[in-house]
Design a binder for this molecule. Sequence first.
Ligand code: KIV
Length: 286
Amino acid sequence: MTELRAREPLTLPEILAMKPAGTKIVMVTAYDHPSARLASEAGVDLILVGDSAGNNVLGYDSTVPVTMDEAVMLTAAVARARPRALVVGDMPFGSFQPSDAQAVRNAVRFVKAGADAVKLEGAGPMVSRVRAIVGAGIPVMGHLGLTPQSATKLGGMKAQGRTAEAARQLLADAHELEAAGCFSLVLESVPARIGAHVSEALSIPTIGIGAGPGADGQVLVWHDLLGVNEGVAPRFVKRYADVAGEIRRGLEAYAAEVRSGAYPADEHVYKINAEELRAFEADLDR
Ligand code: KIV
């Protein structure tokens, strides 16, 4: 049975109106149905089904191995929660780079799976991909700064735009993506002052992750912000919960009670009518 939405879904114009109104946009990644439902109930504006699923739920070392089939399956699970938040499907490495036609074909797959928009990394040749997807009627979110799909080329997972020349290029790329029709732009791991300059220069909203408070919104990875991931985190991560600790406490308590016999207790078992039981047990005695 489909769940009823608590409130009407957000629309793209409503998201766009937040920047001129000075209302910060809240985006979070989610990769499954219950997480999407919780994010929506918490009032999040945008859910990104990020290719960060690669290293957060699929067990890969990076985002690079994520396939279209995996990304589409996760997006469909999120969309089935019918969240109030807009759902953005993240186009995985290899799904848009080869050609405009392939980019449009794969963006269409995301929309058919329930996404409201797609995100793709990069500028330069990717600007034409943005134009093609937007031309097909699908809203596109850009992504500049640290673009993890090209981390090797960027010299690793490190902050970008830290020289005047790199910052100039970042700003030029941002303008190009805006002109190509992006409805918003993720800025990842750039100096706060550069994040603020780019955000001021654009009419479309920027969503920062490690881009400082001047961005028009913020995004964090679910597993980072909720403390599912416990290891060393990038500088921009703030942990708002200790989900891993809570899960561990729950599992340890469960294991202890199974071993001691405390679980299942009387309230967890099904009963049989005494007469039926007697009849059954009489058969056993024969
Ligand atoms: O995949 C992802 O989670 C992302 C965010 C870091 C913006 O692209």
